[in-house]
Design a protein around this ligand. Structure first.
Ligand code: ZN
Length: 148
């Protein structure tokens, strides 16, 4: 997961402040335990929006963290489904690129039907390079001087 948060990541102190606001003010020893708690530490790597949601429904920090991970899995799964549903061409494009299929590129050297062989220079060239002069068929524009 990334840390590209829309708001800054929370510190353990911020999580404690939110928790105390939701439930109860802790005594000093409990505060220290809360701040150094491994689940609270792990929570600092999560989005504050998800931390708020989780703490509001789960008082115990271990269960709150599990709740956050559940939210993140749901979001990741939903985003993947959105991409598949609404951008199928994106997935197809990736598949074709992997197979070296390029059907729309007129300069694709693998497209024999888009090529001709110049009788003057013997090069296989794109039809776009073919001479337009009527009596010089199968001659490229370089050989006829049409580029000038
Ligand atoms: Zn030529």
């Amino acid at each position: 997961m990334t840390n590209a948060f829309s708001e800054p990541a929370w510190t353990p102190e911020q999580i404690l402040a939110f928790w105390e606001n939701e439930y109860e003010i802790l005594g000093s020893p409990w505060r220290q335990a809360f701040l150094s708690n491994e689940y609270v530490q792990a929570m600092c790597l999560c989005h504050p929006e998800n931390i708020r949601k989780a703490i509001q429904v789960r008082k115990k920090v271990k269960e709150a963290l599990a709740y956050i991970y559940q939210i993140e899995d749901d979001v990741a799964g939903r985003n993947k489904r959105l991409l598949d549903d609404f951008h199928p061409s994106h997935a197809i494009g990736i598949t074709n690129a992997h197979h070296g299929v390029r059907t729309t590129d007129p300069f694709d050297p693998k497209r024999e039907d888009l090529l001709f062989k110049c009788v003057m220079c013997n090069l296989k060239l794109s039809l776009l390079r073919k001479s337009k002069i009527a009596n010089l068929e199968n001659t490229c524009k370089s050989c006829t001087g049409e580029d000038e």
